[in-house]
Ligand binder design. Structure first.
Ligand code: AMP
Length: 626
């Protein structure tokens, strides 16, 4: 049987016979209390997977491997920032996670409590995550590149009992202190200040602990040798919250369950990523993003594999760094974002050819569109296969992909191939909700129930979950907010978001969040932020600002700094243009598409609903200014 046929059968089974299909997949993990029911879908679109089963994620990721793999590395930390690497076996990881769980308990954290993790890429971050799920606490990791306002809004929404952080992250050899950002966020929060647990790397000057703030090493030291039983939780118990951006300014807390999550992660390693127990995976991402949650932490550890946690840039000390790690640790599977590969493409294939990469079977790329040229270049340079996969924070694992574990099918450059098992993907006309024909653009929707591992709701807001994702058409359908088309072979091509979310170097940003922050400046009256095409990063933020007074020559720099300080450097606009007005409809709606066309140097076309067409000239002339 050919690989395509094998895939078709597997896929059909997952859709037509989903309960049997997922019952089989669920055997890949260890249950404390076996489930009888596979799926409770009595309250659409809320899917409860394995609802009467009980399980612990940390047990499955760590304890379960101790007898067979206690001495095998679970985690290898490679930091080119500190010039260090540390190997942590499953036994060591078990010890550290138990200690950390005891620390949490001493700080009053129990089942269902939230712990916010705001950390650089250091092993303690992974320990902090696993210790949460060990005791049924719910972690919420906030990307270390986010700043005060972004952090404060997440603290207020998740109301954590404890925040785990570190004195500083490192970027390009320079420390980026976290404590001042944390303290600034505490000034902004409206909920009680959480306790703080700080890892002190000795990087930040004048770093002190305040009231209810504790030193990680000190607290861990009090709990050496402690054992904390892994708490058996309901399969539907939340394992984590991960905030992501959408159309409105308020980030959404994507909530993931425990049982479905464990099964989906483990199954994806078998069927999609083809990583075997005992093998090594390198995921060049950050634990603050979903790729980090799934493919640095949970999926490799649930598989009994070794995961490499990399702190540093992909081109420092030189562009060969990742390939040298692959050679040294005999990495079998690598995962990163297309931006990193575009960056390496600029430095040339000689950096890749220098190393023995015979262990590397696959490079998976996701998080943003993989352009054909980059796909072709990297495929021609590596002997292993390059696989584009499409998914979202909301789903936690691929929606569209090729399947290394089932046997790779044909690769088409620019296409993340075919729907993954469990996803009933539909491409529909955005007006009529009718399926579009091959080679026509449509909205990518998923017919619920969403498979295991996908978000189960928005933290604390079931109504927003339904309204955001399932209210586009009369029929309940999950909206991905992406346009796509498929060709005559059923291969999909992603054609960009249909909302105001942009993607800068694989980092998802809501333009509304940026606009709201710029509007807090007393001189700013109105803002439109858009994402323009960028050859390297995919997109870049630019903002058009209407002010009530001349901000002078420093105006642009001040506004950029405001965004960096409040949201984080990743959201910092590349350009800020001062304009007299924004194009709007007569009813006052900002014509964002027209602004984007102008910013990209295109003609905005006919705008019959525009109120005052003269503002377009103002935008054009601001774009011409150096
Ligand atoms: P995030 O939730 O941060 O992972 O961002 C998800 C969004 O990134 C998707 O909705 C897509 O717009 C985009 N995306 C992710 N992977 C791909 C891919 N392989 N090809 C094209 N776009 C992608």
């Amino acid at each position: 049987m050919g690989n395509r046929q094998k895939y078709e059968e597997f896929y059909r089974e997952s859709i037509d016979n989903k309960e049997d299909f997922w019952r089989k997949q669920a055997e890949l993990v260890e249950w404390d209390t076996p489930f009888n029911e596979v799926l409770d879908y009595s309250n659409p679109p809320f899917a409860k997977w394995f609802p009467d089963g009980k399980i612990n994620l940390c047990h499955n990721a760590v304890d379960r491997h101790l007898t067979e793999r206690g001495d095998q590395n679970a985690l290898i930390w490679v930091s080119t920032e500190e010039n260090k690497s540390v190997e942590i076996t499953y036994q060591d990881l078990h010890d550290q996670v138990n200690q950390a769980a005891a620390v949490y308990q001493s700080l009053g954290v129990g089942k269902g409590d939230r712990v916010l993790i705001y950390m650089p890429m250091i092993p303690q971050a992974v320990v902090a995550m696993l210790a949460c799920v060990r005791i049924g606490a719910v972690h919420s990791v906030v990307f270390g590149g986010f700043a005060a306002h972004a952090l404060a809004s997440r603290i207020d929404d998740a109301t954590p009992k404890v925040i785990v952080s570190a004195d500083a992250g490192l970027r390009n050899g320079k420390p980026i202190p976290y404590k001042p950002l944390l303290d600034a966020s505490f000034e902004q929060i409206t909920t009680p200040k959480p306790k703080v647990l700080m890892v002190n790397r000795g990087l930040a000057q004048g770093f002190t602990l305040g009231e209810e703030e504790y030193d990680w090493d000190g607290e861990m030291g009090k709990n050496i040798g402690k054992r904390v039983a892994a708490v058996s939780v309901e399969s539907t118990h939340p394992s984590y919250i991960l905030y992501t951006s959408g159309t409105t300014g308020t980030p959404k807390g994507v909530q993931r369950d425990t049982g479905g999550h464990a099964v989906a992660m483990r199954a994806s390693m078998k069927h999609i990523y083809d990583l075997q127990p005992g093998e090594t995976m390198l995921t060049g991402s950050d634990i603050g993003w979903v790729v980090g949650h799934s493919y640095i932490v949970y999926a490799p550890l649930l598989t009994g594999a070794t995961t490499i946690l990399y702190e540093g840039l992909p081109i420092r000390p030189d562009p060969g760094i990742w390939w040298s790690i692959i050679e040294k640790y005999k990495v079998s599977v690598m995962f990163t974002a297309p931006t990193a590969i575009r960056l390496l493409k600029k430095t040339g294939e000689e950096w890749i050819e220098k190393y023995d990469l015979s262990s590397l079977r696959y490079l998976f790329l996701a998080g943003e569109p993989l352009d054909r040229e980059t796909h072709r270049w990297i495929s021609g340079t590596l002997t292993g296969s390059v696989v584009d996969n499409y998914w979202q924070t909301e789903t936690g694992w691929p929606i569209l992909t090729n399947f290394a574990g089932l046997g790779l099918m044909e690769t088409k450059f620019g296409s993340p191939a075919l729907p993954a098992y469990g996803y009933d993907v539909q491409l529909v006309d955005e007006q009529t909700a009718q399926p579009v024909k091959a080679n026509e653009k449509g909205s990518l929707m998923i017919k619920p129930p969403l498979p295991p591992g996908c978000m189960t709701t928005i933290w604390g807001d079931d109504k927003r979950f339904v309204e955001t994702y399932f209210s586009r058409f009369k029929e309940l359908m999950y909206a991905s907010f992406d346009y796509a088309m498929h060709d005559d072979d059923g291969y999909y091509f992603i054609m960009g978001r249909d909302d105001d979310v942009i993607n800068v170097a694989g980092h998802r940003l809501g333009t509304r969040e940026i606009e709201e922050i710029l509007c807090t400046h007393p001189s700013v009256v109105e803002v439109a932020a858009v994402g323009i095409k960028d050859e390297l990063k995919g997109q870049e933020v630019v903002a058009f600002v209407v002010t009530n007074q001349d901000m002078g020559p420093a105006g642009e720099a001040d506004l950029k700094a405001l965004v960096s300080r409040e949201i984080g450097p990743i959201a910092r606009p590349k350009h800020i243009y001062m304009v007299n007005g924004l194009p709007k409809t007569r009813s006052g709606k900002v014509l964002r598409r027209a602004i984007l066309s102008l910013a990209e140097g295109d003609d905005p076309g006919d705008l019959p609903t525009i109120d005052d067409a003269s503002v377009l000239d103002g935008i054009k002339s601001s774009l011409k200014k150096p």
